[in-house]
Write a protein that binds this ligand. Structure first.
Ligand SMILES: [Zn+2]
Length: 221
């Protein structure tokens, strides 16, 4: 083979390689990783705590109402990616009275109601996960979400506790209220304002919600 022919062959091989590499890349784009639709058919109502004139806890100008909304919006996207139909009591910075939240819950009639809150207290060192319920059905959800949050965030907490809170006892829907950490703890506060930590919390709550529905399927078999 003379040099000219050899070069032509080399170029042809290179071009063919490039072509097959680019079609491979396109094939990868065309088939994204499939997210399991394990929440298909489930209706979930998210209640980002506080809003509008009701700021919730405030520390160093950081307001609970903004953190609860940011986490809940990320949680909504995650749950929808898993096939759930998600409703929210608010998606913006608005104030809802507690009876309005109960009315929305009883009108939407979701399979599960989850209120998202951030805790605060006088002692800066305190930081833990807390989840609350009022009914037996709510207890299961409070338990699975508590387990997922403490495990995935590597934190301690107050295991699912029975507490007569307005949004939990004014409905017969399985309902839980989740306190994802303490705004009064400086280290946790620094994490809570970042979207990556908000995403970790949303991830953990989504795992807890999925476990709740999985456990129920097993229990009714
Ligand atoms: Zn709160």
């Amino acid at each position: 083979m003379n040099t000219y022919k050899y070069l032509r062959l080399l170029i042809l091989v290179l071009v063919l390689n490039l072509f097959s590499l680019s079609s491979l890349a396109q094939a990868n784009v065309a088939t994204p990783a499939t997210i399991p639709q394990d929440l298909a058919g489930k209706v979930i109502l998210l209640n980002p705590g506080h809003g509008g004139q009701d700021t919730g806890a405030i520390r160093n100008g950081i307001m609970e109402k903004d953190i609860t909304l940011a986490i809940s919006l990320q949680l909504r996207d995650l749950l929808e990616a898993h096939g759930a139909k998600v409703s929210m009591t608010r998606t913006t910075d608005v104030y809802l009275r507690l009876p309005e939240i109960a009315n929305i819950t009883n009108r939407v009639r979701p399979d599960l109601f989850v209120a998202v809150h951030v805790n605060a207290c006088g002692a800066r060192a305190v930081d833990r996960i807390e989840t609350y319920y009022w009914t037996q059905e709510g207890q299961e959800a409070a338990r699975t979400i508590f387990t997922a949050l403490t495990r995935q965030l590597g934190k301690d907490g107050l295991p699912a506790s029975k507490h007569q809170l307005y949004v939990l006892d004014h409905t017969d829907i399985p309902a839980t209220l989740v306190e994802v950490g303490f705004l009064s703890n400086p280290k946790t506060r620094a994490s809570l304002v970042t979207s990556s930590y908000q995403r970790r919390i949303a991830d953990a709550i989504a795992v807890g919600i999925t476990d709740y529905f999985t456990d129920r399927i097993v229990a009714t078999r």
